[in-house]
Design a protein. Structure first.
Length: 64
């Protein structure tokens, strides 16, 4: 029998302002990885994290 996927999974958070703003400092996009519980948090996750490209705290949204 094959094992099913666990409840916790690794997600990637990406800066929303780096993706949309063309007049930013560098060409990169800030990304963080974290884990989330699939049962408790069913929707897309949003956290305020520090973006080194924007040089301030911005909203990071979960990517696919």
């Amino acid at each position: 029998m094959a094992k099913s996927k666990g409840v916790r999974l690794v997600i990637t958070l990406e800066c929303t302002e780096c993706r949309t703003n063309l007049n930013k400092r560098s060409a990169g996009v800030s990304r963080y990885t974290t884990m989330k519980n699939r049962r408790n948090t069913t929707g897309r996750m949003e956290l305020k994290k520090f973006c080194p490209n924007c040089n301030r705290h911005t909203i990071h949204k979960e990517t696919k």
